[in-house]
Write a protein that binds this ligand. Structure first.
Ligand SMILES: Cc1ncc(COP(=O)(O)O)c(C=O)c1O
Length: 368
């Protein structure tokens, strides 16, 4: 089996090796501070008894599971604390693809590249369904793509890279069709705290027994390096997922879980609101620049990415490298996200230099 290394490592290395100053809009690493309680929690943890440095329960620290259960209004027994949302996605996808339901995984194009990588790593066959032009879920086409060969559907809302927030009724239609074909649906909600539209509704509200919801705190608490996420499984699927998690990871880092628990307990909604407000300001500054550069673009309803298309300058790897070298701005080629947006470039707005990046793009495309 061939495992493909995700292309962003390649681009980040290219940008880092460039001669001039480059504004990194490739990675999804928040550039702002975590909640204060994260640092405090770590300090406190460092002074705790050595017994606190030993294995936590494999499926996660109990208080943390209970905290998340309360916030998401589910039974704590359905939750597994994972090494980021990434691992929760892996557990959910593995559960779907190891069944004898079929080996097809329906994915929405443009697609977060790790879903494609995981599908092939798990021996599945991807079936890409194009999103609507505005990035929202085309539920009619998605339902049509679900057949008896479908083991799994993976959805992501708010969406990376389109910024779309899916309508709950569109998700419901997909979940019901999947159920008719005995297929699971993994719904990745890692950007749930970055709903800028006020319309996001979790797939948990569907209370469907073929839905696995995943999320984490990498983005919401600006701690991608901590590796804390979770999966919420239907009761019938949780035990097998716990076993896979245990056999793969033993458990998840205890200091990270402890600090996240502290942050849940001690931070207020104002922390998340400030992050959303900051992003809204950046979106405005960046899209004003894109207007001035004559680009077509998506204004995100959620998450922190903007997709842009420049006339006569398709978002190929070569052109993205040209932008790094000649404009000093690093984005991601659209082809990384499937075929539907191959002409586009994705820019992550997790840099305080968003306005400067926009100015650089305007100057570059003015001069072309
Ligand atoms: C859609 C999506 N899912 C999952 C992840 C990974 O999240 P985590 O750091 O919680 O594993 C990312 C990170 O960029 C993402 O964009």
């Amino acid at each position: 089996m061939e495992y493909k290394t995700p292309q962003f490592f390649h681009l980040m290395q290219y940008a880092a090796a460039a001669d001039g100053d480059v504004i990194d809009m490739v990675s999804g690493n928040p550039d702002w501070e975590p909640p204060e309680a994260i640092r405090k929690g770590l300090h406190r943890y460092a002074d705790s008894d050595a017994s606190e440095f030993q294995y936590p329960p494999s499926d996660g620290l109990k208080p943390l599971k209970h905290e998340i259960a309360e916030r998401r209004a589910v039974d704590p027994d359905r939750i597994i604390i994972t090494n980021g949302t990434g691992e929760a996605n892996y557990l959910g996808m593995a559960r779907g693809l190891e069944s004898d339901r079929g080996d097809t995984c329906v994915l929405i194009d443009p697609v977060y590249p790790y879903y494609l990588g995981k599908t092939s790593m798990l021996g599945g066959q991807p079936r890409l369904v194009e999103a609507n032009r505005d990035g929202t879920l085309d539920s009619a086409d998605t339902c049509e793509a679900i057949t008896d060969d479908t083991a799994l559907v993976v959805l992501n809302t708010p969406n990376n890279p389109t910024g779309a927030v899916y309508d709950l009724e569109a998700i419901r239609a997909v979940v019901e069709t999947a159920a008719d074909h005995d297929a699971l649906v993994v719904v990745d909600e890692v950007y749930d705290h970055f709903d800028l539209s006020g319309t996001f509704e979790s797939a948990l509200t569907l209370e469907a027994d073929n839905v696995i919801v995943t999320s984490g705190v990498s983005k919401s608490m600006a701690i991608t390096g901590f590796r804390v996420g979770y999966g919420i499984f239907p009761p019938a699927l949780v035990d097998a997922a716990k076993t896979r998690h245990m056999l793969t990871n033993v458990t998840t880092s205890r200091p990270a879980q402890q600090a996240v628990y502290n942050a849940y307990r001690e931070s207020t909604p104002a922390y998340y609101q400030a992050a959303r407000d900051r992003l809204c300001g950046r979106i405005e500054a960046f899209t004003d620049g894109l207007d001035a550069a004559g680009a077509e673009y998506t204004t995100p309803d959620g998450g922190f990415y903007v997709l842009a298309r420049f006339e006569g300058f398709p978002g190929t790897m070569d052109n993205v490298k040209t932008l790094i070298d000649e404009a000093g701005v690093a984005g991601m080629p659209g082809a990384t996200f499937g075929t539907a947006r191959a002409e586009w470039i994705r820019f992550a707005l997790v840099t305080p230099r968003t306005a400067q990046a926009a100015e650089r793009l305007v100057s570059y495309f003015d001069a072309r």
